[in-house]
Design a protein around this ligand. Structure first.
Ligand code: ZN
Length: 314
């Protein structure tokens, strides 16, 4: 059986049984088990690296083109990234550490582009060569293709490191946190965002909660689990945010109607006419907008469906 990343326990009881609900990359069934020592959720069995690789579609992230629809989509993506941009800007302002900001798992680099426009020095890192190329071409964000724990970076050289929706995908999140500790300049900040398995969405939706993302999420953190993981790596959490306009309302919409999720339709290459595509996009958008009040209320109660933490080395 897989081991719990927080307490090391190898026992646990199955909670849900499921497969790839969103992208349909496999029909294989997995269990989500609850650790019998600390209560944290994890995927079981863990797929091998070769198998896991097949569950990541190659067109997993957004590449803008010059069409009107694409420009509209980029405008929307910029609008909904403002929680991330605001949170990290505040962390950099508080830290006063020197050096660039590194985004681990930068994808097409839109977040880095927005930070660069605000006057910050930025760097990206991604597994995908194509993503790194897009980050550079479209956002003027220099990005390297590397394994973070072995990235060619000087120790104590970064003002901040961001990992948005990264650690829940890793076999060994602790290796990433140890590398972050090594690379941060004195006073530097680590910002980690994960889906929150203690959220109202998670509790109400159970196996159909989008934040579980079987089989791509190897671990499903509650906010308290993430805090323990960070503490175990020598970090102290100084700030939390439970709302993300990008993630929380859309997560609820995709939980309720995975077949309407635009990224899932793109990844699955669903055949649809222009009219059908527009209609589905509009229904999905209406669902997202109607999910905003619920997402805002659960976040205000400290039970948002994602959590962003700012941490420093005490
Ligand atoms: Zn545990």
């Amino acid at each position: 059986m897989s081991a719990c990343v927080v307490c090391g326990g190898t026992g646990g009881a199955p909670l849900f049984h499921g497969s790839d609900r969103l992208y349909h990359t496999t029909t294989r069934q997995f269990d989500v088990v609850r650790c019998d020592r600390c209560g944290m959720l994890r995927l079981d069995p863990q797929p091998s690296p070769e198998e896991l690789h097949r569950y990541y579609p190659d067109n997993y992230w957004f590449v803008p083109d010059t069409s009107a629809a694409s420009r509209l989509e980029e405008a929307w993506r910029r609008l909904v990234l403002r929680d991330h941009v605001g949170f990290v800007t505040e962390a950099l302002r508080q830290s006063r550490a020197s050096g660039p900001l590194l985004d681990v798992g930068c994808g097409g680099g839109l977040f880095l582009g927005m930070m660069r426009e605000r006057g910050f020095r930025v760097l990206g890192l991604d597994f995908s060569r194509e993503a790194a190329a897009v980050a550079w071409r479209r956002q003027q964000a220099p990005a390297m293709v590397a394994e973070f724990a072995r990235a060619p970076l000087r120790p104590a050289s970064l003002a901040a490191i961001t990992m948005f929706h990264v650690v829940e995908h890793l076999y060994d999140p602790r290796a990433y946190l140890a590398a972050a500790r090594e690379l941060l300049a004195p006073g530097g900040r680590l910002i980690v965002q994960v889906p929150n398995a203690a959220s109202w969405q998670a509790r109400l939706l159970g196996a159909t909660w989008n934040g579980m993302d079987v089989p791509r999420h190897l671990f499903d953190f509650r906010d308290s689990d993430l805090e323990k993981l960070l503490a175990g790596a020598g970090f102290e959490v100084v700030r939390r945010k439970y709302f993300s306009l990008r993630d929380n309302p859309a997560g609820l919409a995709s939980s309720l109607a995975p077949a309407l999720d635009p990224m899932a339709r793109r990844v699955r290459r669903v055949a649809e006419s222009g009219g059908a595509r527009l209609a589905k996009d509009l229904v999905y958008l209406a669902l997202v907008l109607s999910a905003v009040p619920f997402a805002a209320i659960e976040a205000a109660c400290g039970a948002g469906s994602t959590v962003m933490m700012e941490a420093r080395i005490p």
